[in-house]
Ligand binder design. Structure first.
Ligand code: HT9
Ligand code: FE2
Length: 368
């Protein structure tokens, strides 16, 4: 093999020999919608009326979830970024709930000779749904593939990485600029994330309460960043969306639409909705915010825009490379710099055994 000048500085991913992009999955056509929803909600006690309603949300988009196209774009962007930086690491994609299923991807990786993968999940925060459930999915897929299945290490939570926070500041500023100019300075910021049962929020992260604490920190960081850019301290709140469980179980509140009512009653004239809980404009963003919440705001006579999610922002894609190399250095036992903004500091590499517990009982989980 001939050596070129760049070989000397090529980033070293060892001990990893592949990156796995692990996501939620979504239907690819109308016939997929109900089987997909059954995959998501098996054993979850979600009322039938709620399922029928969510099926309609997918069918309005032709039965195709936007999340798959977004994963394909992210995959392509990661590959291009790795190539541009001389990082020679194959990238695979697998999902929890739809094709390409994680088990099939892991089997392919084993066939290709992958022994140790680093895993990036499309969820930035600590919670059962966004952390442990993915690690359980990995353990189940490894068990299904058998002895040859690659070892899989999940990357740390990235909610407070500048590659996630900085694009959201820009996107919020852009959404403010899309409001009528005379209403801009008085606009409120409504940061949204997926509601989860309060009991899960309480047990999220190593000490509990991490789900809400991490979101409040990102909301504060984005609001502060916006103020640095515009000179205006917009009042802000963290609110919730996409609640699904039975009414008997308390979930995090207030819901975004109730919050819009409250803003209107308090005399607000404009609001920017900022979906900090999500990394791409998937169904919960396109339907629950762009259709439901923006329609509701229009009915109230409240001027409203929605900030874009990070998607394939080059800073977000570069963050993935940075986190992979950071973890590789750490696994090789070398000193490592871990970037994080704000007060909470960089998250742990390996989740403690009891963090984000499974509300339905124990299932084996991949360690990190
Ligand atoms: C915290 C969290 C995230 C963010 C972190 C992450 O990204 O992982 C997230 C993301 C997503 N949730 C998604 C879709 C759904 N979530 C559901 C149901 C649920 N989500 C929950 C939590 C979360 N969900 C919970 C506690 C339930 C109750 C059922 C259960 O106990 O698990 C249901 C069932 C129907 C309903 O009731 O809504 C669907 C269809 C999609 C795909 C969208 C697309 O297709 O574009 C994505 C990215
Ligand atoms: Fe966790």
């Amino acid at each position: 093999m001939s050596s070129s000048p760049s070989d000397a500085t090529a980033p070293d991913p060892r001990p990893y020999d592949a990156l796995l992009l692990l996501s939620f999955g979504g239907p690819e056509g109308p016939d997929d919608v109900m089987p997909f929803l059954r995959n998501v909600t098996r054993g979850r006690g979600i009322p039938d009326e709620r399922l029928a309603e969510v099926a309609q949300h997918y069918l309005r988009l032709g039965g195709v979830s936007p999340i798959n196209e977004q994963c394909r774009r992210l995959l392509a962007a990661i590959r291009a970024d790795f190539a541009a930086h001389g990082l020679d690491l194959p990238v695979y994609w697998g999902n929890r709930n739809w094709t390409p299923y994680l088990t099939d991807t892991l089997r392919q990786m084993a066939e290709d000779g992958v022994e140790r993968a680093i895993v990036f999940v499309t969820s930035a925060y600590a919670s059962y749904s966004g952390c442990r459930q993915y690690r359980e999915d990995l353990a189940a897929a490894q068990a299904a593939v058998g002895e040859r299945a690659p070892r899989c290490d999940k990357l740390r939570h990235y909610f407070n990485h500048p590659g996630f926070v900085e694009p959201m500041i820009d996107n919020t500023v852009a959404a403010l600029r899309a409001l009528p100019e005379d209403l801009r300075a008085g606009a409120r910021l409504a940061f949204t994330t997926h509601s989860i049962p309060i009991s899960w929020a309480e047990t999220s992260g190593p000490e509990g309460g991490a789900y809400v604490a991490q979101h409040l920190e990102v909301a504060r960081l984005v609001a502060t960043g916006v103020q640095e850019r515009t000179g205006v301290a917009h009042p802000w709140e963290l609110v919730y969306q996409s609640r699904s469980g039975p009414p008997s179980q308390p979930w995090l509140e207030p819901d975004i639409c109730d919050h819009l009512d409250a803003l209107r009653s308090a005399g607000a004239a404009a609001v920017v909705i900022v979906p900090i809980g999500f990394v791409s404009d998937h169904l919960e963003v396109r339907y629950d915010l762009d259709t439901e919440a923006l329609d509701h705001a229009a009915k109230l006579g409240l001027a409203a825009t929605r900030a874009a999610t990070v998607g394939v922002d080059p800073r977000f894609v570069a963050m993935i490379r940075e986190l992979v190399l950071e973890r590789a250095v750490a696994e090789r036992g070398q000193p490592v710099a871990r970037r994080a903004v704000g007060r909470l500091g960089p998250s742990h590499d390996v989740c403690p055994l009891d963090c984000c517990p499974n509300p339905w009982g124990h299932r084996p989980a991949a360690k990190a």
